[in-house]
Ligand binder design. Structure first.
Ligand code: HAM
Length: 423
């Protein structure tokens, strides 16, 4: 049997790739407008980075990492997310010594060994932003606003932005105790995973999709009940700023997020039609992460958005992204060796002028060359046969009008150029 791609990965074929390019273009444009700069980090890192960064109790570290040993017996892991890597790069390259905050963004593949299902992949792509070095609620509001604006600019409807505050370590410790006391008597009724979460990180029980767990956690103490005054003030200010920026949101006191590094603000953008994998974007504040991985104290706030999920929603809502393929194409159809040489010269000249041009690469007959030109969306075909060559002419056929005329070889390039300038 031929070798096949790994379950949970995808080939993005040429016909499907241009919406990706259009989305990437829109993301870059928006990030430039907000003053964010791109950062590119390796797709594999030391395993310790994610264990320390993402957190030993998270599902990601417990069961979803692609970890392997290199020949130096070092344990390496394909990045399951981008935040820990960006923080490592911030520390390693001393970005904390530059003017703060550092406002960074990234796009690229992430790897998680999850059970593949609809919109849950083992290799998927995230667009993420991370703001490092500032703890002001202004940062939280700006980061949430950027994520929401991307979806708005694309014209997506039916999204909901949910926010919560998870508190600082002190509030979290209080909440953990309150929650554990509430859940302990219900232990037997919880799903197996939640029973183990009760030990490791009881807050994650609030996030379980199992209906019985959801029923049993109704009325559970929320993170709010444990917030200290400082965390309360921070959350109030974030909300005031979101309202000033006219960002619609809903407070969801059960929103807890699946990674261990969050403090204070957490948020998600969800969409109803994606089923259980309904989060297209998630993020929050992680004020201790940089220090945890060996850097100076430096607060952080960011999000990551699942690009496959966003593109699926765009497709479902029949939102057309701008087609980045050339609207007009020139195809040179040449018959015979000498005509082919002349054709190649013309194509080269057109390409040097920045005009999208191609020619047959298979030595096919004229009919078949024109048929494939039609399929490729060619606007003008330049036809060169032996007869035309002798007369130093070519035929230009306007494929959409179905008309054609003869023109001198050199004039043909000027004529084509004029059409492209005028269009
Ligand atoms: P996350 O919630 O794990 O957060 O992932 C963010 C988004 O990535 C999700 O909302 C989802 O759209 C997409 N995603 C996650 N896993 C998969 C998957 N298996 N298949 C398809 N899409 C997926 C983070 O990764 C954090 N690093 C976000 C962050 C940045 N927090 C602060 N800064």
């Amino acid at each position: 049997m031929s070798i096949q791609r790994i379950k949970g990965t995808q080939d993005i074929l040429p016909d499907a790739v241009w919406p990706w390019q259009a989305l990437e273009e829109e993301i870059r444009r928006l990030c430039r407008e907000y003053g964010y700069q791109e950062i590119r980090t390796p797709v594999f890192e030391s395993t310790a980075l994610f264990v320390r960064g993402v957190g030993a109790t998270s599902d990601i570290v417990q069961k979803e990492m692609y970890t392997f040993e290199d020949e130096g017996k070092r344990s390496l892991t394909l990045r399951p997310e981008g935040t820990a890597s960006v923080c490592r790069a911030y520390v390693e390259n001393k970005l904390y010594g530059l003017p703060q905050p550092q406002k960074l963004y990234y796009m690229g593949p992430m790897f998680r060994s999850e059970n593949p299902q609809s919109m849950r992949f083992r290799q998927f792509h995230q667009f993420g932003v991370e703001v490092l070095g500032a703890d002001e609620p202004l940062v939280d509001a700006e980061v949430i606003q950027l994520a929401v604006q991307l979806c708005q600019n694309l014209g997506v409807s039916g999204l909901e932005t949910q926010i919560n505050s998870l508190g600082c370590p002190e509030c979290r410790a209080v909440h953990r105790e309150q929650l554990a006391a509430f859940l302990e008597p219900k232990r037997e009724g919880l799903c197996e995973l939640c029973q183990s979460r009760l030990e490791r990180n009881p807050m994650r029980v609030l996030d379980c999709k199992n209906p019985e767990c959801q029923r049993l956690t109704q009325g559970a103490p929320t993170t709010f009940s444990a917030l200290c005054q400082d965390c309360r003030d921070h959350f109030d200010r974030v909300q005031d700023l979101l309202q000033l920026a006219r960002v619609n949101y809903k407070v969801n006191s059960r929103l807890v997020r699946g990674l261990d590094y969050y403090r204070k603000t957490a948020f998600e953008i969800v969409e109803g039609s994606l089923g259980s994998q309904n989060a297209i974007c998630g993020g929050g504040r992680y004020d201790a992460l940089v220090e945890e991985i060996g850097g100076p104290p430096a607060p952080g706030m960011g999000f990551a958005l699942g690009m496959e999920r966003l593109l699926k929603i765009l497709q479902d809502q029949q939102i057309e992204l701008e087609d980045t393929r050339p609207a007009q194409f020139v195809t040179v159809a040449a018959l015979g060796r000498r005509a082919q040489d002349e054709g190649f010269r013309i194509v080269s000249r057109l390409r040097r002028k920045g005009i999208p041009a191609q020619m047959d690469l298979m030595g096919r007959g004229l009919k078949s060359q024109l048929r494939s030109a039609n399929r490729d969306g060619t606007r003008y075909a330049i036809i060169i046969g032996e007869d035309e060559l002798i007369r130093n002419l070519v035929v230009i056929r306007d494929m959409s009008e179905g008309t054609q005329f003869e023109i001198g070889l050199d004039d043909s390039i000027l004529w084509i150029e004029k059409q492209f300038i005028d269009s």
